[in-house]
Ligand binder design. Sequence first.
Ligand code: CMC
Length: 381
Amino acid sequence: MKEPVVIHKGLDNVYVKESKICFIDGEASKLFYRGYSIEDLAEHSTFEETAYLLIYGSLPSKQQLKDFENRIQSNRSLEPELLQLIRSFPITSDPMDVLRTAVSALALYDPQPTTEKIEERIDKAVRILGKAPTIIAAFDRLRNRKEPVPPRPDLGHAADFLQMLTGETPDSYDAHVMDVALILHAEHEMNASTFSCTVTASTLADMYSIITSGIGTLRGPLHGGANEAALRTVMEVGDPARAEDYVTKALGEKKRIMGFGHRVYKTWDPRYVILKKLGAELASRKGETKLFDTAVAIEQSALRHLAGSPIFPNVDSYSGVVFHTLRIPTDLFTPVFAMSRIAGWTAHAIEYLEANRLIRPKALYVGQTSLPYIALDSRAG
Ligand code: CMC
């Protein structure tokens, strides 16, 4: 007898591979990259080191890290043709569309975009990783009628991004917060965008196609876009005193509180804990606490209303506030998430390719069959 078909809506609890990259214990508020806790990485690592760890599977030696940093750094400049292409984009473009298009276009300036060799695939990914911050910063400057600022070899990935965006060397604390934010966003197991990348990798497509599909999937408000939506909520509420009214009304209307809830975490998202602490410090150092305090008030109110449910704050409840305080424009939050997540996408694509099998699920057909074809002129309407 045929087994009854089970449809896994949202692919909830469906495993697509074994992995040594990331472990989330959603009940115990734990997140590990390659066995190292997110708390340790946020405290001791850098984005570059974390990217190396994710892609290569172990912490680098001093020399390996230096070489990897140099590889990223030497890829940060944009080819004149690519910069010209970005200049031609409408200044009203969504920066996520710009990043997706520019990353896809990078393949056109690679004499050999397709390769089956893993080390060469990683080279392509490092090329994309290096250029993503430059693409995002260059577009932001151009749309503000300013010239792009070239990358600086003396700065790390996070600091250089802020420098290319603002034209000023960031202070070391801002650079540190940015670096930690990149570490926290670098990887998160088999989420929607990582799955997209894995599906594309499974067809043996090139790294540009793989990362481009990840960027497209990350764009949606239920995934990468939630950080922007969460900040917009905090700004709309505007004052801690208005938080309770907002939350009561939103939940009463069955709306979702952005920055809350997670498919895997049924308790505190450990990235939220780290970002909230950094956000508090950043806000008080800059003497700009109102936005942060409003986010706290929304969180407290939502926690009271949602008590007893498994809905807790996720990474996005404070990432927007942190990015905003770092003077990053709101519509760059998701591109910033993407520029960090390229590390995780690459790690998963490479891991999957090591034991590849084309991903080809099924859909249960519930439509009709054998319908007689009706000529266009004979159809109603
Ligand atoms: N506010 C209020 N209620 C919520 C929320 C929320 N943020 N999230 C889930 N719920 C409720 C939802 O209404 C549903 O209730 P009911 O069963 O009465 O209809 C129940 O919880 C289950 O929701 P679901 O959509 O089936 O759960 P899911 O696992 O598919 O949702 C989620 C995960 C992230 C899409 C969802 O929590 C959500 O929409 N959150 C807001 C957007 C957000 O913050 N996204 C960022 C995720 S973290 C970044 C990342 O890792 O990508």
